[in-house]
Design a binder for this molecule. Structure first.
Ligand code: SF4
Length: 427
């Protein structure tokens, strides 16, 4: 998770323009991991492991330190060490075809390694006291957390909402709210503290404030030229994933928003001479953020919208109806919806963000977040006139990604789009 060292913002040679708030982000993320390490070492506060769209607010309100294995796995991807670890998980029976977050994280654990060491000097993941998942995103997280529950001999708790849904009905919300409330008793047994509804409301309010600020930041991508790219957002989404429910996330996104607003005021473009605007659909290729970003900078193409970074925008959190609003917010997420909803959502964002075309990333080991497999690119083109290109790759397993092939495809796509925008076609 790197940022350009060029503080002038000039971004020579295709480098990403530096964002000053990155320093604050590094500090608060380091503080987060040090807090986890302290809790695990001293046995003070209990440690809960949570999925990235799991009930973090509930856990924080019950005074747990919260660790997110997906964030940990993305760090492995960003450090480009997944291939060192995946075979160890394969040898333990976890298929090369399943989520490479899971296999690289489990493999790293089996080999006694962690990306936290290189990033923060922390030698191991914090031992969990409880593991809490939400299968709203996929079933892999359940299997992933089950592995650790067996290894550590600690309780495994979960919420299993409906998936592939169109409308989020009151029945679904009641079901998920019921499941969330049912976590309280077992969590009290682990933490030894009583659940406090007011604490949950306060935590949810902090989460709401942070998520709305994050949404504001992403929405600045609608400005022409855009002050930020998907690659910036993929780096700066760290706090909304791992620190939501804490004041530090609210403060951080205030700072980031102010910096991006200043860019808009001063006419500073994230991509010098922005000529083409793109939508990134699917997971990031974590180990290739920099070369992809640099390629697109050179081509004067700005990826100013994505589904992925919007996945942590939860405007429906309501501190006055904490259970129902959490149930609704965590069940209505994009990844849990049917094709009709997804098509409408992508087309809507493409319109709002003035998109010329879409780059679909088909991630080999994450069918859940690859929307290329049931005719979506073709429908968006034929019904809505939105062109796209599909690149094959993976979130972590770079053996599934051909840099040369992807770059050639992207270059050809942008050339084609540039012709359209010059002729005034797409926008
Ligand atoms: S959504 Fe995809 S990347 Fe995320 S945990 Fe599930 S399979 Fe892995």
């Amino acid at each position: 998770m790197e940022a350009s060292k060029n503080s002038s913002g000039a971004g020579p040679g295709g480098a990403r323009k530096a964002i000053r708030a990155a320093e604050t982000m590094k500090r608060i993320m380091a503080g987060h991991f040090e807090g986890l390490e302290r809790a695990a070492r001293d046995g003070g506060r209990k440690v809960a492991w949570c999925t990235s769209v799991g009930p973090a607010e509930l856990l924080r309100s019950m005074d747990f330190e919260v660790f997110f294995p997906e964030n940990h796995a993305a760090m492995i991807g960003a450090q480009r060490t997944a291939a060192d670890f995946i075979p160890a998980a394969n040898a333990a029976g976890y298929s090369p075809d399943i989520c490479s977050y899971l296999t690289s994280d489990v493999g790293a654990f089996l080999k006694g390694a962690t990306p936290l060491e290189k990033a923060y000097g922390i030698k191991s993941v914090p031992r969990p006291d409880v593991l809490v998942y939400n299968t709203n995103q996929c079933r892999d997280v359940q299997e992933w957390f089950s592995f650790y529950a067996r290894r550590f001999g600690v309780p495994l708790l979960g919420v299993t909402p409906p998936r592939s849904i169109g409308e989020v009905t009151p029945v679904f919300i009641a079901d998920v709210a019921f499941q969330l409330k049912n976590l309280v008793g077992p969590l009290e047994s682990v933490s030894g503290a009583k659940f406090d509804l007011d604490r949950l409301r306060e935590t949810l309010k902090l989460s709401l404030d942070a998520t709305l600020l994050w949404e504001d930041v992403l929405n600045l991508g609608k400005v022409i030229p855009s002050p930020l790219t998907f690659f910036d957002a993929a780096v700066h989404m760290g706090p909304i994933v791992v620190l939501r429910g804490l004041k530090s996330a609210v403060d951080y996104y205030q700072e980031l928003k102010a910096e991006m607003q200043a860019r808009v005021r001063d006419g500073i473009a994230a991509v010098e001479g922005e000529a083409v605007r793109l939508y990134w659909e699917g997971m990031p290729v974590w180990g290739k953020l920099r070369p992809l970003s640099e390629l697109l900078q050179r081509l004067k193409a700005c990826v100013n919208a994505s589904t992925y970074c919007n996945s942590w925008v939860f405007p429906d959190f309501d501190p006055f109806q904490p259970w129902e609003s959490m149930a609704y917010a965590y069940t209505k997420i994009f990844i849990a919806r049917d094709e009709t909803f997804k098509e409408e959502y992508i087309a809507g964002l493409a319109r709002e963000f003035g998109i010329d075309g879409i780059i679909f990333h088909e991630a080999k080991t994450c069918p859940n977040n690859s929307n290329t497999r049931y005719g979506m690119p073709q429908r968006l083109k034929s019904v809505r006139g939105i062109p796209s290109v599909v690149i094959s790759g993976d979130l972590n397993d770079l053996r599934c990604y051909s840099e040369e092939q992807s770059e050639t495809k992207i270059e050809a796509f942008i050339e084609q789009l540039s012709g359209r925008t010059e002729r005034g076609g797409a926008r």
